[in-house]
Design a protein around this ligand. Sequence first.
Ligand SMILES: [Zn+2]
Length: 126
Amino acid sequence: MPNVRYQILCFPFIKEMLKSIPEDDSCMEWPRSRTRQGYGKVYANGKHRRVHCVAYELVKGPIPEGIDVCHTCDNPPCFRPSHLFLGTDVENAADRDRKGRTNSPRGEARKKKLKMIRSWKCGDYG
Ligand SMILES: [Zn+2]
């Protein structure tokens, strides 16, 4: 059996909202409770989960252990799946930067962002 961390059925409201994704590229902001950092949060199976992580799993598939889901829009309450990507993608990009344009301002910005992303965890919190 795969390692099922929670029951997807616990999130009918998120699923419902994901059925009506806006046609433009605007953010979908979580209308219910949020974490101190501004992320949407849900509580299920005795655990708090961040809504954008749940949305990612529902639409794009499981998040690898220890990997975080990031926003392309830098909008914490947003859980629009097309605005979400795995932290590994940033790490890959940062890796490319290290090999190519070392010391580029963009590389520095990425490193900063990467550090920030590493401090966001998708699993349990607080
Ligand atoms: Zn967004």
